[in-house]
Design a binder for this molecule. Sequence first.
Ligand code: ZN
Length: 273
Amino acid sequence: MPEKPEVITVARSLEKKLLGRSFLSCQVYWNNIIVSPTVETFEKQVCQQVIQKITTRGKWIVLQMEKDSLLIHLRMEGKFFFRKATCPKEKHEHVIFTLDDGTTFRFHDVRKFGKMYLLPNENLNQRLPFKELGYEYNDSHLTGAYLKKKFSTKQLPIKSALLDQSIIAGIGNIYDDEILFLSKISPYRKAKDLSLKECQLLIQNTKVILEKAIQKGGTTIKSFTSEEGVHGLFQTELQVHGKKDAACPQCKKPIQKVTIGGRGTYYCKNCQK
Ligand SMILES: [Zn+2]
């Protein structure tokens, strides 16, 4: 699943094609992708509004238009294609928007887990799904004290707590492993047992890892690479994630792969305490 750096990379790649444009028509072929409003209203209301800005919130891509915002979550395998209007619809294209330049913007999702909302711009952050999201990695409110407070009741291992989007929005399985490795914290530690100093370190390292990954365009994950080519270069910078039995970059002992909270987790038993 794409995480914050990949979502930012995709959003940036969409800017070139979508800013200043509007949709002339929209056709939804898999209704469950549209959470709100109804499919019928969505198809009508998303049209005839100039796309003014493309941003992200957590793992959501936000197309801010004149009156409303179109929120898109890629989930496991969602991706976008721009095709000529005459190209026949492919099996996995579930939402097709026709742009005012005659091309089509298509949401392709083999797993059909992707989600979209069309919501008024006004009070967007007070509405679902945003009102349940925690701070962005670079929000000045995201401090060690905030994290310590949020973690104080969490019996969960820190590996799972960092994935909780209501605490920090945007971290997924890959960067979670990298942040914990850089912080030398075992993924098994209970979140509530972390000291203030460790919470501060986690936030600092979250910023280091995500900023570096954003700069490099994220990691290349086949499932989100669009036709236009979104190839992240952070893949080569990963220290532990996906590196079972490889030598730890710090101590040279083998990287372990375990399962924590149902998620494949990579860490160095020797370096992370
Ligand atoms: Zn090590």
